[in-house]
Each structure stands twice: as C-alpha cells, then as structure tokens.
Ligand binder design. Structure first.
Ligand SMILES: Nc1ncnc2c1ncn2[C@@H]1O[C@H](COP(=O)(O)OP(=O)(O)O)[C@@H](O)[C@H]1O
Ligand SMILES: [Mg+2]
Length: 277
C-alpha cells in the first residue's frame, strides 16, 4: 500500500501550443502513516503535485499508482478520490451546506452509505477535529480556522487512506493555524493515515517525518526536517527562508558562541542558550 509516482510528469497545455512543464519526471512514494511536508517557492509545482496524487490531474508521462490502482485508468477515478482526500487553501470553496453536520455528511452521502454509517462517520470526524459542539451551527458563522476544520472533517468522513493538504493554513490566523496542526498531530497518533502537507510556512514542517523540497517542478531534496531545514545552501537555492530558531543558532555560532548549528525549534535554542557557561 502506497502512492507511487513513477517518472510522472505534468505539463499544462495552453492556447497556441504553449506548454508549461509544471512537474518534471518524478519518482516518489508516500506510505500510509507518514507525514510528508512539501515546501517550495511559488510556482514550483506543489499544487500540481497535490492534484496528481489524487488523480485530479493525470500525468502527461509516467504513472501514478494509488495502492496499486493507476490513476490513468478511468475505472479507478472514484477509487482514487475516495482513497486520497484533498484539502485546499480556502475552506469556503469546500463548504456546501448551512449546517455543519450536513456539510460533513455531504461526502459520505455521495458514497451511497447507509444512514447509520453516515451518522457514525460524521460524529467521528467532528470529534477528531474537535468540532462536535458546533455540529448544529451554520459554518458561515464560524471562524476561518473552524471552517477549515469542518472541511477537514468532511474529507475524513470519506475515510481516505491518504490526506493531501494544499496550504490549508495559509488563510488562517495563528490560532486557526495551530488548531489545524494540532488536529493533524492527533490524527497521526490515532490513525495510520498518510499525510502530504504542502505549506509555505516553514515552521509548520519541523514535526514532519520528512520534507520534500521543490523547485521548478523538481523534487531537489527529500529528507528529515533537521537535515533539510538546517541546510542553508539548499534552502537558499529553493528560495526558502530559514526559520528563526535555525537562523539564530547559525548567527550565534558564526559569532563564535558554541551553540549547535542543527537546531530547528525554539525549545532547542532555549536549551542551548541555558547550557552556556
Ligand atoms: N491551470 C493552470 N494552467 C496553466 N499553468 C498553470 C496552471 N496551474 C499552474 N500552472 C503553472 O504551473 C507551474 C506550477 O504551478 P503550481 O503547481 O500551482 O505551483 P505552486 O503550487 O508551487 O505555486 C507554474 O508555472 C504555474 O504558473
Ligand atoms: Mg499552490
């Protein structure tokens, strides 16, 4: 079981025969239970990759297999959408109903499940995202962060094996951001869902199992957060910023202060500074 790209590429075809090569031939595997973060500058191909992962876009060349099912095979379309849930930037594009629980039920209803199964799934999904107490409210009266949680619940109610999130926190305030990340961290502990988390907020990737770095449609690095986030030349070549803890540690080290250069969290900076004599 895994999502596998084998030499998969994607080009957008524009009028007058113009072609934009958004994804260069890429080979990649995503396992259930993994939390894979994807970072890269604007236009580096992150959203296109997300859509290849659930069959919303089909590779121009190469293959994408979802648990062995080729997305190019028309018979696998429904399977692909069920297996791989996609959450977008703007929750409002995903909300359809005027009552929270109806909204979460929308997906499972379309799967044609029996009512009691739908009921159970909706309750579970709302509980997972911590929104049970808002189940009778109108999503439009909730905060953006809460609406994004409802959108996540709607996807979870489909019980996908993989969750692909394309900058799900970029429209949220810090409180909403934290709430989504906490929900994901709980989901990781309680389930074996595979998560692909695309973000331009580098701080959000420190807890990932591994980070993919994209530039110009290519994955130029794939490794654990500590290796990726402390690699100054890699981050620079991908036009990405170093997080403040990492940057601070480096600057202190350059001043001759003996702190480790592979720091990635605030807690680690504090610990290092407190241990200085
Ligand atoms: N619908 C589209 N039609 C034409 N070109 C597109 C379309 N969507 C994205 N692109 C182009 O494909 C490349 C990758 O875009 P995208 O996958 O959206 O990157 P990211 O999500 O990293 O910003 C960019 O050059 C972008 O302009
Ligand atoms: Mg994008």
């Amino acid at each position: 079981m895994s999502i596998n790209l084998s030499a998969a590429s994607f080009s957008y075809l524009l009028p007058k025969g113009r072609v934009i090569k958004a994804i260069q031939p890429t080979t990649l595997s995503i396992q259930p239970g993994e939390f894979v973060a994807v970072i890269g500058a604007n236009g580096s191909g992150k959203s296109t990759l997300a859509k290849l992962l659930n069959g919303l876009l089909l590779p121009t060349n190469g293959e994408v297999l979802i648990d062995g099912h080729n997305t190019k095979d028309a018979d696998n379309k429904v399977f692909a959408r069920r297996r791989v849930g996609l959450v977008f930037q703007n929750p409002d594009n995903q909300l359809t109903a005027t009552i929270v629980e109806d909204d979460v039920a929308f997906g499972p209803e379309n799967l044609g499940l029996p009512p009691e199964e739908i009921r159970a799934r909706v309750d579970r999904a709302l509980k997972t995202v911590g929104m049970t107490e808002h189940k009778d409210e109108d999503p439009h009266n909730l905060s953006a962060g809460q609406r994004q949680k409802i959108a996540v619940a709607g996807i979870l109610a489909m019980e996908p094996k993989y969750l692909v999130m394309d900058e799900p926190t970029s429209m949220l305030d810090p409180v909403g951001r934290r709430a989504i990340l906490e929900t994901l961290s709980e989901l990781r502990q309680k389930s074996s869902i595979g998560i692909v988390y695309i973000t331009h907020i580098i701080e959000e990737t420190v807890e990932a199992d591994r980070i993919l770095v994209m530039t110009e449609g290519k994955i130029i690095a794939n490794g654990p957060p500590r290796e990726i986030l402390t690699d100054e030349s890699l981050m620079e070549s991908a036009s990405l910023y170093m997080t403040r803890p990492t940057d601070l540690a480096r600057r202190l080290a350059k001043q001759g202060i003996p702190v480790s250069k592979d720091i990635i969290t605030v807690e680690e900076v504090v610990k290092e500074l407190c241990s200085l004599k």
